[in-house]
Design a protein around this ligand. Sequence first.
Ligand code: 6PG
Length: 242
Amino acid sequence: MNPKVHTFENPIETARAVAELIVEGVKEKVKHSQPFNLAISGGSTPKLLFQLLANEYADSIPWFFVRFFWVDERCVPPTSDESNFGMTYQNLLKQISIPETNIFRMQGENQPEIEAQRYEELIQKELPLENDVPQFDLILLGMGDDGHTASIFPNNMNLLHSEHSVVVALHPITEQKRITLTGKTICNAKQLIFFITGESKSDVLRQIIKQEQSALVFPAAHVHNVHTEVDFYLDKKAAAQL
Ligand code: 6PG
């Protein structure tokens, strides 16, 4: 782990910093007439970011150059309240002018094993390869209270080292099936950030950032970036113990 911590007053300011990061990343790719390949997580934290992007950046980001992929998806229909795509669509995608061909959703309604293989083949085809592994320009990760990230949970750490880029995972409590990027793909991103807010994450975050022995049970502690440091974008509450 090579963490670089950026702390902000509150969740909205943290989301704004992440939005600015995306703006800069897109600008850089537009200079070379290339797409910005972004993989986003679900859950509640990024909802604020998506609303901010829709409300304040809708006209300032050339969405034609942005291609949306997902870090993980629940195996539910896109219309389900639990769908990560559905949350992104409602809070961002339906409010910006972006070609549908720029949206590469994981199809939660499909048979999980078939969808994992489909998505693995899709990112292998759609993304540039670095060491023969699909490389995203930016991967936006969250972290659960239990230190999971993507849909890699503490009881399934082997997904960090899978030879696959995309696999089927299982939520340890609900046993809900998920499609998730694996450590292989996550750690190969050009830029890899955690966007984490809230006091409930502060204890696990301290263990991870301070590289305490106890952190080894948390999947998020094993996320490193083979190309550069991992950036943590935190609000003060999440960073309270740092
Ligand atoms: C998901 C996410 C997951 C999320 C964490 C944090 O599908 O739930 O991809 O990895 O990032 O669970 O979720 P919150 O932002 O809701 O705390």
